[in-house]
Ligand binder design. Structure first.
Ligand SMILES: C[S@@+](CC[C@H](N)C(=O)[O-])C[C@H]1O[C@@H](n2cnc3c(N)ncnc32)[C@H](O)[C@@H]1O
Length: 225
């Protein structure tokens, strides 16, 4: 049996009170995202930011790769946890959103740790592979239909012993139900891709995996060989 407690607004408020420590610029970045309406759900939750920071610390990561920057919250969280010699490559195909992110990174004094690349993530990954890049931690949080291709490339790019973090692996539960009546047409390809990714993660014996069912599902995959 699993214990699954509903996260009520009261419980959320309690988590906000005691569940993480958030740098003031992260708080500002999160507040701004709230003004973006439906887009705001793209940003990870603050306790997930704290988890990413913990994972950076635990893996001793110095080289981090992120797919999907948005307004820069997750990149900033990880940058704050990296040592002075650490670096994040983060990729987003939306140049306007990257400008927003850049302003927060500058405000927090971490600009020198973040190499933001504007463009299609698959293209950028192919360039990184061609250049022989290696990362200690890869965070996948971009467009869902490309997740199988992102995972394949991430496994090549992460060092042995390194960690891949995959967000949204439960797609609001749609991995089980499939799209519901009224869901937009982009949900089906996202669900298909995520089911494929979850099967591959389960079956790839190069990886040790743990699926965390909170939020929208987040799976940790450590490359062990
Ligand atoms: C879920 S958001 C990232 C959220 C961010 N990690 C955070 O927690 O603040 C996904 C981002 O992926 C970007 N994106 C979507 N498709 C992409 C693609 N093919 N290549 C690169 N970026 C893409 C979007 O512009 C969007 O900003």
């Amino acid at each position: 049996m699993r214990i699954n407690i509903p996260v009520t607004p009261e419980l959320e408020a309690y988590i906000d009170e005691v569940g993480y420590r958030e740098h003031p610029v992260l708080s500002a970045c999160r507040a701004e995202a709230q003004t973006r309406g439906a887009m705001s759900v793209m940003q990870i939750a603050p306790e997930q930011g704290a988890l990413l920071q913990m994972l950076v610390e635990l893996t001793g990561a110095r080289r981090v790769l992120e797919l999907g920057t948005f307004t820069g919250y997750s990149a900033l969280a990880m940058a704050l946890a990296l040592g002075d010699d650490g670096q994040i490559v983060t990729i987003d195909n939306d140049g306007d959103i990257l400008q927003v992110a850049l302003a927060y990174w500058a405000e927090a004094g971490v600009t020198q740790k973040i190499d933001a690349r504007r463009g299609d993530a698959l293209d950028a990954l192919d360039v990184l592979q061609r250049d022989g890049a290696q990362f200690d931690l890869v965070f996948i949080d971009a467009d869902k239909p490309n997740y199988p291709a992102y995972l394949e490339r991430a496994i090549n790019l992460v060092r042995i012993g390194g960690l891949i973090v995959i967000d949204d692996t439960l797609i609001h539960g749609r991995v089980v139900t499939g799209p519901l009546a009224g869901d937009p047409s982009y949900v089906q390809p996202a669900v298909d891709a995520m089911r494929e990714v979850n099967r591959r993660l389960r079956d790839d014996d190069r990886l040790t995996i743990a699926m965390l069912p909170s939020h929208d599902g987040m799976t940790l995959a450590r490359r062990r060989r």
